[in-house]
Design a protein around this ligand. Structure first.
Ligand SMILES: NC(=O)c1ccc[n+]([C@@H]2O[C@H](COP(=O)([O-])OP(=O)(O)OC[C@H]3O[C@@H](n4cnc5c(N)ncnc54)[C@H](O)[C@@H]3O)[C@@H](O)[C@H]2O)c1
Length: 262
């Protein structure tokens, strides 16, 4: 009998920002690949509830846990709840990103514009990751199979004009993950980033539906289509599984060839 590569059985997985888009697909794929339980976070409670219901249909237990990753107190309380409910955590997927309605995404001219928008982007994409890792590692230390995966952006690897703050936050998150790989490795915990490019989710759908702009953008992709949440979730679930045991400290792009990094 050959082996099953992605075996999520007995694993408890927490996905932040899982109420739609990439995070939702990660939650569903974790469940359909046998996870014992999936904790579905989103700061929009109805989204978390709806995806938790979908997870249950895939046969896993689900806990909808709405909290804002930018709040250290809310994150601590939420992870305490996970401990109460499941006793331990096997995989933490830091997927919550972007900055809701609170921050300016794109700068016309970074050096001429006010700093007001920066905090929202750094808060979600960098401090949010740090808050969840701080609260999550103590729940993963005991069993030697902990996994942390952070979804970043190729904007943070190769830079994107107009997305200076977002690029900084995502690059910061990847650097943070490399350090965590070193400090948490002694507990058998791996820490990696999955770096993605334009992927069809509610966040970017409108932009990708502008045909002329989409055609222009696609010139930068070796595989001439935008990504789907399924494209991304496969890699994240692999890294969250026991099969990912010897991959750590890495940033792996899943990007249709948008950036090819040696
Ligand atoms: N879609 C893309 O093209 C693309 C490209 C590069 C990187 N990314 C990254 O991929 C990840 C997923 O993106 P997506 O396109 O699925 O996003 P999305 O906006 O469609 O979904 C993100 C979900 O996270 C939730 N969320 C946002 N801030 C939160 C917070 N502070 N606390 C808890 N929940 C929060 C939102 O409510 C939303 O449901 C993000 O980290 C994003 O930065 C996406």
């Amino acid at each position: 009998m050959g082996r099953t590569i992605i075996d999520m059985s007995d694993r408890v997985v927490l996905v932040t920002g899982a109420g739609q888009g990439v995070g939702r697909q990660i939650a569903l794929d974790a469940a359909s690949n046998g996870a014992r339980a999936v904790v579905v976070n989103d700061f929009v409670p109805e989204r978390a509830e709806a995806v938790a219901e979908e997870v249950r249909k895939e046969g896993a237990a689900a806990l909808a846990l709405p909290f804002d990753v930018t709040s250290p107190d809310a994150v601590e309380a939420a992870f305490a709840r996970v401990r109460e409910e499941f006793g331990e955590l096997h995989a933490l997927v830091n997927n919550a990103g972007n900055a809701g309605a609170g921050g300016k995404a794109r700068f016309e001219d970074f050096w001429s514009e006010p700093v007001d928008g920066w905090n929202a982007w750094l808060g979600t994409n960098l401090f949010g990751v740090m808050n969840c890792v701080r609260a999550g590692v103590p729940l993963m230390r005991g069993h030697g199979q902990g996994r942390i995966v952070t979804v970043i952006s190729d904007a943070g690897r190769v830079g994107e004009a107009g997305l200076e703050v977002y690029s900084a936050a995502k690059a910061g998150a990847a650097g943070f993950m490399r350090a965590v790989a070193r400090s948490a490795g002694r507990f058998g915990i791996t820490a990696n980033s999955v770096s993605i490019s334009a992927t069809r989710t509610p966040f970017v759908e409108a932009m990708l539906d502008d045909e002329a702009a989409a055609k222009e953008q696609l010139k930068r992709y070796i595989i001439r289509r935008f990504g789907t949440p399924e494209d991304i979730a496969g890699m994240v679930v692999f890294l969250s599984s026991t099969a990912g045991a010897w991959v750590t400290g890495q940033t792996i792009s899943v990007n249709g060839g948008y950036a090819v990094i040696p």
